[in-house]
Design a protein around this ligand. Sequence first.
Ligand SMILES: Nc1ncnc2c1ncn2[C@@H]1O[C@H](COP(=O)(O)OP(=O)(O)O)[C@@H](O)[C@H]1O
Ligand SMILES: [Mg+2]
Length: 498
Amino acid sequence: MHVPGNRYKNQPTSFNPNYELIEVLGKGGMGYVYKALDKKLNREVALKVLNTNSDADSVKRFYFEAQAMKELDHQNIVHVFDFGQEKKQLFIAMTYVKGESLASVLHHKKEMAFSDIELIAKQVARGLLYAHNKGVIHRDIKPSNIMITHDNRVYIMDFGISYIQEMEKERLTITGMTMGTPEYMSPEQCHGDEVGVASDVYSLGVILFEMSCGRLPFTGAKPIEIAIKHVQNTPPNPKDFRPDIPVELSNLILKCLRKNPKERYQNMEDLLDALDNVFKTNVFSKSPSRKMKILDSFSKSKESHPLLKQVICQKLSILALLLTPILIFLLLMLTLHYKPKSVLQPIKDLKLRASYETKNLEGDSPKGYPVQNLMDFDLSTAWVFETPINRKNPILSVELKNKTLITHFGMAIGYQKQKEDTFEDRFMIFNKPKSIILKTKEGVRQKLVFENIKGMQYPPIQAIETEELFIYLEDAYENQASKNFAVSEIRLLGLSLK
Ligand SMILES: Nc1ncnc2c1ncn2[C@@H]1O[C@H](COP(=O)(O)OP(=O)(O)O)[C@@H](O)[C@H]1O
Ligand SMILES: [Mg+2]
């Protein structure tokens, strides 16, 4: 089923006719972000899928905001190519940025070089200035919404969509997904007031604090504690955590963090001027690390003595010569066997159980029609079962070895190969499920509707994260009420979240 070199065509992972899902890039408060192939334009995009239960008004608002995002065209803003709705899921297709989020840079590096802070802060401020001039406030400036590429380009993502998150708060709490914490929220936002340009200024101030000091100005065990501190507490002095911080930068950060929006920089232009001044008057902006790549400095090594370097280099080149054939062999093996961890693939580490008796119906199936047939990837075998009397019981249960993210659920239904022959397809026709209900151990449920066709089909689903899944028969295509049902394959695609 997996043909090397032709991954996109052979992985049945379409989201809709226009997009094929390739891998999971990350998970946010409202769903998953996938790397996807835009089939029309044959390019890779990041596809953000928002699981919503939104009413018509909210969907209208989403379209309005997404249209505004689509119109933003700036070198420091991720471009929105397309947006829409697929069943209950709203989606946004945008530039796929190859790089690291500022969140992961901060996670690895803690406090950053001042020259890197300058590079990042100025680009974020320029992107925000452009958006503000178009009347768009970001509302959710935080390190995971800032991407940095290997050539030091900074992109801001997720303009103006934080309101959908607010709308969905209630539902998300029910499904157990985590809400974003208010670490970067302005006091007015924590209050639930209308936010303007100055709120984005505040959030960028929090990020500047974190990049400089390696910690946040306000922390707490619960979101509410952090929110109260944003509203009430005076921020600590950055110098207490970063003794070498220039006083001008420290003052700039504290001005961004003023409680009263009117006391902050009034727009991004003022903040950019202030950043210019800070970095002009300080020597670090001309330090050699200015030319370093932000992402490369992850693994910045110390300079060694030149003579020592020469000796080491000589020894290394001899070693390299000796090791080359082994390295080539290892590389070849690695390429052949390499499967990136997050690429969507068939999930095989599972136990299938049937609640109903399996039947041995025909003489041509000496082993009967056991439920294991569903996992043999052989469409000529089937699992045959009687019409369930009580549809309140699951017809099948799937026990997964690890917590797993299921992104696709496929089934082949209603047919069983009658006779092995090369030239003709002779099938017995059985009854088949028309709709099923998937329910996780945790109680999250969704309905899947199948078409009345032969072969594998993957109705769209919302990604499910679970260790155990129950499958209920809801509605059926019944040829004869007395007949049995047949399912010849079940395929789960996704990834193990070990
Ligand atoms: N356009 C993109 N290109 C590359 N990676 C992305 C893109 N958008 C989002 N991601 C990744 O997906 C993760 C989850 O994004 P998101 O759902 O917006 O949640 P959050 O912003 O709260 O982390 C991000 O942290 C980032 O690593
Ligand atoms: Mg985001």
